[in-house]
Write a new protein. Structure first.
Length: 224
């Protein structure tokens, strides 16, 4: 994927069958609207920290607004169902519009496609993390060995985050999530691309039956 800057996205986005749109959202300071369902509001209220509650609410509101724009529907009327491992889908949509959301701290990314599964992941560094131990537990041996061989800690962290987001994007594309990691080798492997996000964050996209054209947009969209 060509690493182009994130541009303000269209207010009325349209998808081709061979393209995936990825939206970058800064959650801190984002105004949440009234599109959330009663269930979503109850879930938001369960967050202990106000900052976490506000970020989750902003990400969910952005997801509703985006899907409403793609589906030409009222965001407030959208209903979601969950797959066996919790991956959400639009109720009554016949599976044509696929999407995935990930957020870490104040940054979120949303991938939207038509007729093919997608998975997206974004991660920011976390304190006191043993990158080598986690890599040996969840990644393949070759990747873990490469990460362990990097002596510079900052470089090791970047390598770990890059490998982690690619791994998790694949799991989310398959609809398994981290708990379904043992199923990652079943079926054709998704096409994976790193996303052009500013360090120290890392982000990746996984797409069923790729490669595809990837358009990177910045939220909120441009004025209609």
């Amino acid at each position: 994927m060509t690493k182009t800057p994130w541009q303000p996205g269209p207010a009325r986005p349209r998808l081709a069958d061979d393209a995936v749109d990825v939206w970058l959202i800064v959650l801190d300071g984002t105004r949440a609207d009234d599109s959330l369902s009663a269930e979503e509001r109850e879930r938001a209220a369960r967050f202990v920290r106000e900052e976490d509650r506000d970020r989750w609410t902003s990400a969910r509101a952005a997801l509703r607004e985006l899907l409403g724009a793609y589906a030409a529907a009222d965001p407030r009327q959208l209903r979601f169902v969950e797959g066996p491992h919790g991956k959400p889908a639009l109720a009554g949509d016949d599976g044509a519009l696929r999407f995935n959301l990930s957020h870490s701290a104040g940054t979120a990314v949303i991938a939207v496609a038509r007729g093919r599964e997608v998975g997206v992941d974004v991660e920011l560094p976390r304190r006191a993390v043993d990158h080598v131990a986690i890599a040996r537990r969840v990644l393949d041996a070759d990747q873990a060995d490469r990460i362990a061989a990097i002596e510079d800690l900052a470089e090791r962290e970047r390598a770990f985050l890059s490998a982690w987001v690619r791994w998790e994007a694949v799991l989310k594309c398959r609809g398994t999530g981290i708990g379904g990691g043992e199923d990652v080798s079943t079926g054709p492997p998704p096409w994976v691309a790193e996303l052009p996000i500013a360090p120290p964050a890392a982000a990746a996209l996984a797409v069923e039956e790729g490669p595809v054209a990837v358009r990177t947009w910045r939220w909120p969209p441009a004025a209609a």
